[in-house]
Design a protein around this ligand. Sequence first.
Ligand code: GLA
Length: 388
Amino acid sequence: MKEAVLQKFGELFGDSKGVEVYFAPGRVNLIGEHTDYNGGHVFPCALTIGTYAAVRKRADRTCHFYSMNFENEGVIGISLDDKLEPSQRLKWANYPVGMIWAFGEKGMSPDTGFDMVVSGNIPNSSGLSSSASIEVLTGFVLKELYGFDVTNQEIALIGQFSENKFNGVNCGIMDQFAIAMGKEGHAIFLDTNTLQYKYVPVKLEGAKLVIACSNKKRGLGDSKYNERRAECEDALARIQTVKQIGSLGELTEREFEEVKSVIGDPVKERRAKHAVYENRRTVIAVEALKRNDIATFGKLMISSDTSLREDYEVTGKELDTLVSEALKVEGVIGSRMTGAGFGGCTVSIVKDEAVEPFIKKVGAAYLDTIGYAADFYVVEIGGGPKKC
Ligand code: GLA
């Protein structure tokens, strides 16, 4: 990948003298879904797959962006002297441009432009955060090129700010945090209320993490995502009329059961129930993993998926097929949808000897039921952004 982006850079921008290559990973969330904007816990990890960028500063105020994943879109250019705003013309480059804008909002504006060629091996729209990967990558590049004084955690927060305010998706902090703070072999147990976190080793002796990509593009996902978020906010506002809490993540299951009738809307009640129960499940699952109790961790992944399907309603036929077929395969310890949902991927813990039959059986059943193929990736947990 490094060689490929360097070569492309040379082709597009004359030569590759003085060009540096940087990398930011993708991420997968093991458990704790749709809890990050509800003040709950999440448990994601960075992957060894991700996005590479070859970059070089320019002497003028122009920035050029080129993606080897969207070659048809050609070189996309902006001037730092223009008002930076989201636009259809920018296509995928709305993500890096959003980061330049967000850095500017925080008082860090680059004085000159730069040229950037990116190439990623995260499947697009898969729920493995290819967009957050580009955001964090751009933040890291800005820091390295212009010497801005920001930590990786601050880059994550600026990435979320950019996604919320520039790209219009009201996401939580999980994706950018998991990518910016990733650590090889570890998942990140993050309390999204306080941003306190712990690295927890993921030792799946005798098993692998397998991602199944539904190849269903998210489509309406972003608006549905914002809708779920609003439903949880409404439920919280109702609960706050009888209980002093700042977020749904502060409630235990029992406390929720005691106050839930005040929500007064069965749909919003189910959304809030998911947020509360999923948060508690995440805490228990991490405890289990620390004891090396992978079986319990796997069971909790399955309950997480059930809740996302029945109460949060963010799965759909494609993800449901992947999970239900996975659970029929001997040697599958746990399986669930991961990320925002409405398409995207599932993550499963599969015993080593079952990986091949898993891919074969789930793949065949998916093709048969859905009519097009799923893709499978056996993934490793990697580190955060770096210079290559
Ligand atoms: C998307 C968002 C995250 C998180 C997940 C669901 O990936 O970007 O902030 O809310 O969905 O857990």
